[in-house]
Ligand binder design. Structure first.
Ligand code: FMN
Length: 190
């Protein structure tokens, strides 16, 4: 029996216009296996976590974000590494998604998660940010892919005028990561 189509949502842990993480996310949308669709989550208007905002009625941007994640088959996080760790943007989204008290509840619980990390250095593989994301996902009960996530050097990535990632080696790495993620989701659901 053919496996079901996978609806993956994704965000980039960087808000700047020229973000390599965001460009890679957009490019990854074209590199998915045939049974997978990736939709970018809009995180530009997401405020810093503040429980007072929940008490006053969770902002609609957060409710929409949680709804998209809750109805997905998995989450792809494309993030830079900052100071050997998780950038505030990435951690902030994880924190909002984990909240039990607001509408849709803790949408990370039981959710398969894939990580692609961007390092600043020419040889860096952004290991620490991936390790730390896996660590913080334990408490809300997400199920990060145990291996097959990747770290790439932002300095080595080249995008063409259409915004597509170039270079067979990098394209193959991203394709394999997404194939592995699909396998991981199917394994969890069987
Ligand atoms: C505050 C800060 C800390 C950083 N720390 C690291 C680091 O620890 N390791 C690393 O490989 N790159 C580090 N970088 C470089 C970024 O990961 C790199 O510039 C990346 O491309 C930024 O992501 P973006 O292009 O999606 O905005 C740091 C950048 C900033 C702004």
């Amino acid at each position: 029996m053919p496996e079901k189509n996978l609806n993956i949502v994704s965000f980039a842990g960087s808000l700047r216009k020229g973000s390599i993480s965001r460009r890679l996310l957009k490019s990854s949308i074209e590199l998915t296996p045939s049974a997978m669709n990736i939709t970018e989550l809009d995180i530009e208007e997401i405020p810093m976590f503040n429980a007072d905002l929940e008490d006053a009625g969770t902002p609609s941007a957060i409710v929409e974000l949680k709804k998209s994640v809750a109805s997905s088959d998995g989450l792809l996080i494309v993030t830079p590494e900052y100071n050997n760790g998780i950038p505030g943007v990435t951690k902030n989204i994880i924190d909002w998604l984990s909240r039990k008290n607001s509408e849709h509840g803790n949408v990370l619980s039981g959710l398969p998660v894939d990580i692609i990390a961007i390092a600043g250095g020419s040889t860096g593989s952004a290991n620490l940010v991936r390790t730390q994301i896996r660590q913080v996902l334990v408490y809300p009960g997400a199920v990060p892919m145990p291996n097959g996530d990747i770290g790439l050097s932002g300095k080595q990535l080249v995008f063409n005028h259409s915004g597509q990632l170039t270079g067979e080696t990098f394209i193959d790495q991203v394709r394999k990561n997404l194939d592995d993620f699909a396998d991981w989701i199917y394994r969890l659901s069987n």
